[in-house]
Design a protein around this ligand. Structure first.
Ligand code: I3P
Length: 126
């Protein structure tokens, strides 16, 4: 119906803290280095801010560009093999960048996984 049609027009938006580790760049494996990041899911983009929401806001003001990931054509999956931590999922981008995301709090990770998967399923591949 009309409500469903309108829902598709509303951009997915979500912010919060997650542990993040980049493990490959352009298909090339990297040394894993976990850090806590303020993450913003906005449209088809996932933005990473190293410090905090405050950092994100100050980046906005100064025009400092945060690191971000294009979710078009990306894949998302749970992984138990790539970390000793619990609740880890991986995003692989078209450009061959691989990121792990994690939180000890089940609900937080689940929420992020589903929100990101929804965007990946929705956005056109190119
Ligand atoms: C890594 C560090 C990571 C760990 C990784 C270690 O050591 O302890 O936290 O990943 O395991 O290699 P270093 O700091 O010396 O680089 P997890 O916490 O995700 O298990 P890995 O090599 O099995 O990926």
């Amino acid at each position: 119906g009309i409500i469903t049609s309108l829902e598709h027009l509303v951009e997915e938006r979500k912010e919060g803290y997650l542990n993040k580790a980049k493990i490959a760049d352009g298909g090339k494996k990297m040394r894993k280095n976990w850090s806590n990041a303020w993450i913003i899911l906005s449209g088809q983009k996932l933005e990473f801010h190293k410090e905090s929401k405050q950092q994100a806001l100050s980046n906005l003001k100064t025009g400092n560009k945060p690191e971000w990931v294009d979710l078009r054509g990306a894949s998302i999956e749970w992984t138990k093999e790539k970390s000793s931590r619990k609740n880890v999922f991986q995003i692989t981008t078209v450009s061959g960048n691989e990121f792990l995301f994690q939180s000890d709090i089940d609900l937080i990770v689940l929420d992020w996984f589903h929100a990101i998967r929804k965007v990946i399923e929705k956005v056109p591949k190119e």
